[in-house]
Design a protein around this ligand. Structure first.
Ligand code: MG
Length: 371
C-alpha cells in the first residue's frame, strides 16, 4: 500500500474512506476486505482492472490512474489524507488535497523536496496542517509540542548510517543491489532503502525539515546513531535539547500524525515498549561526508533553491531505478546525481510546470543514456 485516506469519526475510531496503491493489488485486496473502503485507486491502470475483478463481490469501487488518486484525495467525504507515495509522483495528489482543504499526513518526502515553497505556501493559504509521518520529523514534531513560543536553535536529525556505514568510496565500488537492500534497523520499500544506503535519504530529510519546521539549512545537523532509538532532536535557545525515543516502528509515526491532526492526543498503540536496560548503549558519531556526499549536496541545493532540489531529487530517483535494474553501479548514483546538479541551469521562483519539466527532462536524459 502506498497511499491511504481516512475519515475521523466521533468515537476516536477511524473510517477508511479510500485506499490507493501503485500496483500491489494483492495487499490492496486484503486491506479492502478488512477496512471496507468506498473506493480503492490503483495507479497502474492494468492492475486496476485486475483489482476490479477481485473485488466484484464487495461494495468497494475501483478507480484507475492519477485521476483515481486525485478523485479520492479531494473527495468531500475525506478529511485526512495520508500520502505515502514514493517519489515526486506524490506531488500532484498532495497539492490537490491541500487545495481541497484536507489535513495531510505526509510520508512522501519528495513532495517537499521538489516543491517545498509551493506546498508550504498553498498549505498556509488553505489553512491546512502538514503532519510529518517520516520518523525523524515525527520526532522533531513531538519535541516541539508545547514550544510554540520558543525559537528553534537547531534541529538534529539522526541517521542509522545504513548498511554501508564505515566503508569508504573504494569499498562501495562493487556493492550489489542485494547488499544495498540489506538495511540494519528499518524494513522499508526498495527506493528508500537504497536512499538510506547512499545517505540521500538524509539529504532529502534535511530539505524536508527546512520546510516543515521553517528552519534554515545551516541550522540542521546530522548525526549518525546506529541503534535507531533516538529518532531526532530539537535544541532551543537556552541550549536545552529535547529528543524523542522509542523502538523503531513506523506504526507510532503514522498514529501520531493521525492523532496530531486531532489536537495531538496520544492513543494506545500496538508498538513494543522501549527497555533502555536491554539497549544498554546509545552511540552517536559524525557522518562521513567525503564518502556519503548527498547530505551536503542536498544542503547546498536547498540553499540555492529554484528548480535545483527537484532536479537533484529526480536525478536520484532515476539513478536509483537504474541501479535496481543493474544498469549502473552503486557509486554511479553519487557521480551522476552530482553531475545533474552541477550542469542544471537553475530557474528561480519556479512554478509547478517548471519543476515538473526540469524533473522529467533529467529523467529522460539518464534513461536514454542507460536504459
Ligand atoms: Mg526517515
Amino acid at each position: 500500500m502506498i497511499g491511504e485516506l481516512k475519515r475521523n469519526t466521533n468515537d476516536g475510531d477511524y473510517d477508511v474512506f479510500a485506499i490507493c496503491a501503485n500496483n500491489n493489488t494483492a495487499l490492496l485486496e486484503e486491506q479492502a476486505r478488512k477496512f471496507k473502503p468506498e473506493y480503492c485507486a490503483v495507479y497502474d491502470e492494468n492492475k486496476a482492472g485486475d483489482l476490479k475483478i477481485k473485488l466484484r463481490d464487495t461494495q468497494t469501487k475501483v478507480l484507475a490512474g492519477m485521476d483515481g488518486i486525485n478523485f479520492i484525495s479531494e473527495h468531500n467525504k475525506t478529511d485526512f489524507v495520508i500520502n505515502a507515495l514514493t517519489g515526486q509522483i506524490g506531488l500532484e495528489p498532495t497539492l490537490n488535497a491541500i487545495r481541497a482543504k484536507k489535513n495531510i499526513g505526509l510520508a512522501n518526502k519528495e513532495t517537499l523536496v521538489a516543491a517545498g515553497d509551493i506546498v508550504v505556501r498553498e498549505a498556509e493559504i488553505n489553512g491546512v496542517d502538514i503532519l510529518p509521518v517520516d520518523s525523524e520529523h515525527c520526532a522533531v514534531f513531538q519535541c516541539l509540542a508545547g514550544e510554540e513560543n520558543n525559537k528553534i536553535d537547531k534541529i538534529i536529525l539522526t541517521a542509522s548510517g545504513g548498511p554501508f556505514y564505515g566503508r569508504n568510496r573504494k569499498d562501495l565500488e562493487n556493492v550489489t543491489v542485494k547488499d544495498a537492500l540489506n538495511h540494519p534497523t528499518w524494513k522499508m520499500g526498495k527506493k528508500i532503502t537504497v536512499d538510506s544506503a547512499t545517505m540521500m535519504n538524509k539529504g532529502l530529510e534535511l530539505i524536508e525539515a527546512c520546510y516543515l519546521f521553517d528552519v534554515s539549512p545551516d541550522n540542521i545537523d546530522i548525526v549518525i546513531h546506529r541503534e535507531s532509538i533516538v529518532h531526532s532532536l530539537a535544541q532551543f535557545e537556552d541550549k536545552s535539547v529535547k529528543a524523542q525515543m522509542s523502538l523503531p516502528d513506523m506504526k507510532m509515526c503514522i498514529q501520531y500524525a493521525i492523532t496530531g491532526a486531532n489536537n495531538g492526543k496520544r492513543q494506545k498503540s500496538l508498538c513494543g515498549e522501549l527497555d533502555l536496560t536491554k539497549i544498554k548503549n546509545l552511540s552517536f558519531a559524525e557522518p562521513d561526508n567525503e564518502t556519503f556526499t548527498f547530505p551536503e549536496l542536498a544542503r547546498s541545493a536547498v540553499k540555492r533553491g529554484g528548480t535545483l532540489p527537484a532536479v537533484m531529487n529526480a536525478a536520484n530517483e532515476v539513478c536509483v531505478d537504474l541501479f535496481l535494474r543493474e544498469k549502473i553501479r552503486f557509486t554511479d548514483i553519487f557521480d551522476f546525481v552530482r553531475e545533474a546538479v552541477e550542469k542544471h541551469k537553475n530557474t528561480e521562483n519556479p512554478g509547478i510546470e517548471n519543476i515538473i519539466y526540469a524533473s522529467n527532462d533529467i529523467k529522460r536524459h539518464f534513461l536514454s543514456r542507460f536504459a
